[in-house]
Design a protein around this ligand. Structure first.
Ligand code: IPD
Ligand code: CA
Length: 160
């Protein structure tokens, strides 16, 4: 009984050692992948990666393309994420549509899952629902947000 207990500990030690090696390899691989994802105009913030393909389209089109790729439209939840998105907007000098809208209820901006937004960075005077038809949100080179018609074409930016 004592013997088999010992060999079980020995076995477990071997398994832990194998796992440690695999974890080290995985960490190296992940670190490399993060650099790939961030080049030439992606950004990593925490465990979120923001990536554009350069494609431009309307909100529904962009939303669909991010979903298809296994991600979703960029949805900044804090200033650090907003700054990362802003850097990509600056690089391309083109505003992007965020994964935020008030399509469901005018004036209540939500993420794509319907939750009310927890962070915002509106340009002064926005959102103004200009002409009563602005339910999507674009982010400018200055990092500020403007509500805009969902039918406009903007640069795609997905988060993964
Ligand atoms: C509008 C203005 C306005 C903003 C609207 C835009 P436009 O542009 O920039 O300040 O709130 O979202 O549509 O239509 O006058 O070129
Ligand atoms: Ca507006």
């Amino acid at each position: 009984k004592g013997d088999s207990g010992l060999s079980e500990v020995t076995l477990l030690k071997k398994q832990v050692s194998v796992l440690q090696g695999q974890l080290t390899a995985l960490q190296a691989s992940l670190s490399k992948y993060q650099k790939v994802a961030a080049f030439p105009s992606g950004r990593i913030v925490g465990n979120k990666a923001f990536v554009t393909s350069g494609y431009e389209g309307n909100f529904d089109d962009l939303k669909q393309r991010c979903l298809q790729a296994g991600g979703q439209l960029a949805s900044p939840r804090n200033a650090a994420e907003n700054a990362a998105i802003q850097q990509i907007v600056i690089l391309h000098n083109k505003p992007v549509f965020l994964g935020i809208n008030d399509i469901q209820t005018e004036g209540r901006f939500t993420y794509l899952n319907g939750d009310a937004i927890v962070y915002s960075n509106w340009q002064q005077g926005e959102p103004n629902n200009d002409k009563g038809r602005e339910n999507c949100v674009e982010i400018f080179v200055n990092g500020k947000w403007n509500d805009r018609s969902c039918g406009e074409k903007r640069l795609i930016l997905c988060e993964f």
